[in-house]
Design a protein around this ligand. Structure first.
Ligand SMILES: NC(=O)c1ccc[n+]([C@@H]2O[C@H](COP(=O)([O-])OP(=O)(O)OC[C@H]3O[C@@H](n4cnc5c(N)ncnc54)[C@H](OP(=O)(O)O)[C@@H]3O)[C@@H](O)[C@H]2O)c1
Length: 248
């Protein structure tokens, strides 16, 4: 029996990087996968086909996670298409790095909207379905940077720290209805997001990781399988660092 057999999952921002890795590992573990993207239409269509070939139901939706209305619309479409939503993974995220001195108000607001407000939007939209089912697992993507801060990323760190507070509050609000909310704090994961960093910075990150390597999207996906499955049925309100020991 596959760990996620028969479960319906929705993953935001799965056209690339960590989200794409989660979608594939979820499908390999038997989950039906609804996923969103922002602008990468071709990559999303290709992923939809790849997942379908694994024998599960899969569908891509273009939806801006930062928009409250689009999140509402998305969840009603997914509920109609898949009939239930067992797992929500709030993964979509962006960076707009700069030292505070040079950071614009626009770049601060944009990162908070896409990374943090999106989680409010999606959780509020999915809540009704999960409450009716009396079942659900919500997994929110934070970052080591949300736990320890990072120079040049005050907007990103604030959004990722906010995710932890929001998630712990949801664990308290929704636990009595068997809806679990947990957080994953990835360390340095090799995706397009981190490919933007210069080689010297990347080398510095790698040297400080006890396991001496960057993580892969699959490393994060495996933790999501655990948190999405009934193996973690008694775990809620927790932050799991998947970071090669970076925060040790
Ligand atoms: N990579 C790391 O080292 C690392 C470390 C810690 C935490 N994280 C977190 O992990 C998550 C995924 O990161 P990643 O490295 O995989 O990033 P990535 O490679 O840049 O991919 C980002 C994904 O999010 C989607 N997206 C962006 N804005 C969106 C919006 N407004 N609405 C819906 N989807 C949107 C993108 O869609 P399009 O392709 O259509 O643009 C893409 O699928 C993020 O929350 C990030 O903060 C990453």
């Amino acid at each position: 029996m596959k760990l996620l057999e028969g479960k319906n999952a929705i993953i935001t921002g799965a056209s690339r990087g960590i989200g794409r890795g989660i979608a594939k590992v979820f499908a390999e573990n038997g989950a039906n996968v609804a996923f969103t993207y922002s602008s990468s239409v071709e990559a999303a269509e290709e992923l939809e086909q790849e997942l379908t070939k694994l024998g599960v139901k899969a569908k891509a939706y273009k939806s801006n996670a930062a928009s409250f209305e689009e999140a509402q619309d998305l969840i009603s479409k997914v509920t109609e298409d898949f009939s239930s939503i067992d797992i929500l993974i709030n993964n979509a995220g962006i960076t707009k790095d700069n030292l505070l001195m040079r950071m614009s108000e626009e770049d601060f607001d944009k990162v908070i909207e896409v990374n943090l407000k999106s989680i409010f939007n999606m959780t509020k939209a999915v809540q009704r379905t999960m409450l009716k089912q009396r079942y659900g697992s919500i997994i929110n993507m934070s970052s080591v940077v949300g736990v320890k801060g990072n120079a040049g990323q005050s907007n990103y760190a604030a959004s990722k720290a906010g995710i932890i507070g929001f998630s712990k509050s949801m664990a308290l609000e929704l636990g009595s209805r068997n809806i679990r909310t947990n957080v994953i704090a990835p360390g340095f994961i090799e995706t397009e997001m981190t490919a933007k960093l210069d080689e010297k910075t990347v080398q510095g990150w790698r040297e400080n990781i006890p396991l001496k390597r960057g993580g892969s999207p699959e490393d994060i996906a495996n933790a999501c399988v655990f948190l999405g499955s009934d193996l973690s049925g008694y775990i809620t309100g927790q932050v799991i660092n998947v970071d090669g020991g970076m925060l040790t």
